[in-house]
Write a protein that binds this ligand. Structure first.
Ligand code: NAD
Length: 371
């Protein structure tokens, strides 16, 4: 039994940001809030977006940080409520889109983000129309029903799922990713690769997501290094943007698995960027799954032209090295307590989606090797 749903209209291609006013008009938007990060404000993008919106966006919130917090989300929701906004434009990486998706829903309630994050409280489905414009090729958040927020007070970073979090439309313009610096290009690129691999070997895998995942894995493997080495390589940027959205479509239903489960404590406790944190453990899980009888990873490796899953893991490790990804946790001088916290923090619900049950002992061995 399987189910597939994808309610987000996707507009893909170079220059498609110029369709913004048309898209706002289609949703009868008259008073929108632009949610973005400071780097876009500094580079003059906020004024540009206001101009090309034909007067329909006059408000902006530009303080979304990497790993957005419940405080930032609540601030956006307050602005939306106080100004009676009728739509939201999220322009940025996964952090901006996640913050905007949650704010577009929570603004229609009297609640705060902390009422929902990590509490299990049902998230209402009604939300303001949202236009998502990704500027990194990474999270696929523009097509998912997931929003990941952090609450530093409670020490948690966690995904929330709601069908109310689907954007109304995603405008994916690869030209907007040309300014992403090489290190962030690599981090976000490995996030794409992990989404696709984890969608494919997931216990909830299904045929539509499988095909999307294979397409995305192939594109990511062929283009991460290219985009890292040559940020202005138009074809590599376009291919990574395509890989990112197809990987998003691939994991949205089955969700992620082991590498993402481990990424949450790695980011939360050690501040490692999301994609780099996923890349830290993905090849450990490729080898673990293959050695414990996961045929799907062997089949995927074969389809991609590798001799076996270990060959695929070796190739990914070489890419990690080439792109300067952190290869271990030595620089953190982890204490025993910190190591234990990483192990326990990795027992996130998504770990249960791994095709082979992951025993605590494996996590202990892996983190001890990385230490
Ligand atoms: P990000 O959004 O945190 O951005 C990283 C940095 O890149 C920021 O400083 C940002 O300002 C900068 N940046 C973004 N676009 C740029 C551009 N075009 N030019 C120059 N600089 C640019 O990074 P991300 O990897 O896209 O998102 C990570 C977040 O998304 C994490 O919180 C992660 O947990 C979450 N996530 C969400 C989903 C989902 O389905 N909702 C999936 C995976 C990850």
């Amino acid at each position: 039994m399987w189910e597939y749903l994808q309610p987000v209209r996707i507009i893909f291609g170079n220059g498609t940001i110029n369709r913004l006013a048309e898209e706002i008009a289609k949703m009868n938007g008259s008073n929108g809030l632009l949610i973005t990060s400071e780097s876009f404000e500094k580079r003059g993008f906020v004024e540009h977006i206001k101009q090309i919106s034909n007067g329909r966006i006059n408000l902006s919130y530009c303080h979304v940080s990497a790993n957005p917090t419940v405080i930032e989300c609540d601030k956006c929701a307050d602005i939306l409520r106080q100004n009676h906004c009728d739509f939201v434009l999220a322009m940025g990486g996964g952090s901006v889109m996640d913050c905007a998706k949650a704010a577009a829903t929570f603004c229609l309630t009297d609640n705060h983000s902390t009422d929902y994050l990590g509490t299990g409280k049902t998230i209402p489905e009604s939300h303001l129309p949202l236009i998502a414009v990704p500027t990194t090729s990474g999270t696929g958040s523009e097509v998912t029903c997931v929003s990941v927020l952090s609450d530093h007070e409670r020490g948690i970073k966690s995904p929330m799922n709601s069908s109310g979090f689907y954007p109304t439309v995603a405008i994916i313009d690869p030209e907007l990713t040309y300014t992403v610096p090489p290190h962030i290009t690599a981090c976000t690129g490995f996030d794409v690769l992990c989404h696709a691999i984890e969608a494919y070997w997931n216990i909830h895998h299904q045929p539509i997501c499988d095909d999307l995942a294979i397409h995305a894995v192939r594109l990511a493997l062929e283009n991460i290094v290219q985009a890292y080495d040559n940020p202005l390589d138009k074809q590599a940027r376009e291919n990574m943007a395509e890989a990112s959205v197809t990987a998003g479509l691939a994991f949205n239903m089955p969700k992620t698995t082991s590498a993402h489960a481990c990424s949450y404590p790695l980011t939360n406790q050690l501040g490692i960027a999301h994609g780099e944190a996923c890349a830290m453990t993905i090849t450990h899980f490729i080898r673990f799954n293959a050695d414990n009888g996961c045929d799907r990873i062997e089949n995927l490796a074969g389809m991609l032209g590798y001799h076996d899953a270990h060959g695929m893991a070796d190739a990914i490790d070489t890419m990690r090295e080439h792109t300067g990804m952190m290869l271990n946790l030595k620089s953190f001088n982890l204490t025993d307590e910190q190591l234990e916290a990483l192990i326990q923090g990795s027992k996130h619900p998504n770990l249960l989606n791994n095709p082979i049950p992951v025993p605590e002992e494996f996590l202990r061995t892996m983190y001890t090797k990385l230490r």
